[in-house]
Design a protein around this ligand. Structure first.
Ligand code: GTP
Ligand code: MG
Length: 327
């Protein structure tokens, strides 16, 4: 695979080149990794930026239905939309990718849309890196909006919010007690709460739920990156395609304000530094599992176990001997 050719293809927005680029960044092979890094470095000077929207919600809340309807609305406005997923594979049964394909039937056939299902890595760190790099590839391929979906389990919301410009929490209509089910930390990440399924018999409950969440949002600490009135809660119906334009207007209003006030750029810069630190940490940890460090660690561990060395002295020997300089 010729990197120059791939760079040209992706920059020209060719889907085949994009798909090949993604295959490259997803590969675990060391030589592929080096070439993926080269590709991303070659595309970086294009300086293209999409709006990255993180979207989280528990299973069955309507994420796929929402993305289909919302994505089609955006492509209808002439925007190019990419859909990615961040899911630890343990959270996803084999069937739901198939389910997604049927629920995003029209969007997946839309020439202005690009849908990439979640990769089959179990390690969230691996999925996170791959997703960040796929985001970069999609931006270089000149997509306007990138939707990053995650099912609300464990740490995946944090991971997604760390790579998004905007974080949207999709919720279902719920009674009083269930409101408590949303963790405070997740609420604090949200820029927009959308209470879905505001249709038919569920509509009154959805409206009450929305009012409750709006109240809860007002009680949270004010964030510097928000204009007056944000974060906001709205009702939508993905099924009836209601409230989607309003939701899009609110997202744009928030993003415009953040751009004008320097928060957009500051957040992107913070995120880049965060991921840099995370790559360094993961790189170091990976070295612990490879030779020669792995063997040295086992040998030192044995000595510590026998009481021949203290844990601190052994750790120092390993760090100074193997993980400093070119060791
Ligand atoms: N009444 C109503 N039902 C909806 C709406 N959106 C989704 N649903 C239904 O809710 C069910 C789950 O929708 P999905 O879009 O698959 O939900 P999901 O969040 O993607 O689910 P997972 O992929 O399993 O996490 C389906 O039966 C949808 O038809 C809505 O706006 N109103
Ligand atoms: Mg789904």
């Amino acid at each position: 695979m010729d990197i120059e050719e791939l760079t040209r293809g992706i920059a020209a927005g060719e889907r085949r080149a994009l798909a090949r680029g993604i295959t490259l960044v997803e590969s675990g092979r060391a030589d592929h990794r080096a070439r993926a890094t080269e590709l991303l470095e070659a595309l970086r000077p294009l300086g293209r930026q999409a709006l990255r929207i993180g979207l989280s919600g528990t299973p069955g809340v309507g994420k796929s239905t929402f993305i289909e309807a919302f994505g089609l609305m955006l492509t209808g406005q002439g925007l190019r939309v990419a859909v990615l997923a961040v899911d630890p594979s343990s959270a996803r049964s084999g069937g739901s990718i198939l389910g997604d394909k049927t629920r995003m039937e029209h969007l997946s056939r839309d020439p202005k849309a690009f849908i990439r299902p979640s990769p089959s890595q179990t390690h969230l760190g691996g999925v996170a890196r791959r997703t960040r790099e796929v985001i970069n590839l999609c931006e270089a391929a000149d997509f306007d909006v990138i939707l990053i979906e995650t099912v609300g389990v464990g740490q995946s919301e944090t991971v997604v919010s760390e790579m998004s410009d905007l974080f949207v929490l999709l919720l279902a209509p719920a009674g009083g007690d269930e409101l408590q089910g949303v963790k405070r930390g997740i609420m604090e990440m949200a820029d927009l709460i959308l209470v879905n399924k505001a249709d038919g018999d569920l509509k009154p409950l959805a409206m009450r739920t929305c009012a409750d969440y709006a109240g809860a949002l007002r009680l949270l600490r004010k964030r510097a990156q928000d204009p007056e009135g944000f974060p906001k809660a709205l009702t939508v119906s993905a099924l009836e395609e209601a409230g989607l334009e309003k939701a899009w207007e609110e997202m744009q209003a928030l993003i415009d304000w953040r751009r004008e006030n320097g928060h957009w750029a500051a957040r992107r810069a913070d995120q880049a530094c965060f991921w840099f630190a995370s790559e360094v940490r993961e790189g170091l940890l990976a070295r612990l599992t490879r030779e020669p460090v792995k063997g040295a660690m086992a040998a030192l561990s044995e000595r510590v176990g026998k009481g021949e060395m203290t844990a601190a002295a052994a750790a120092r020997e390993l760090l100074d001997g193997y993980l400093s300089g070119r060791g």
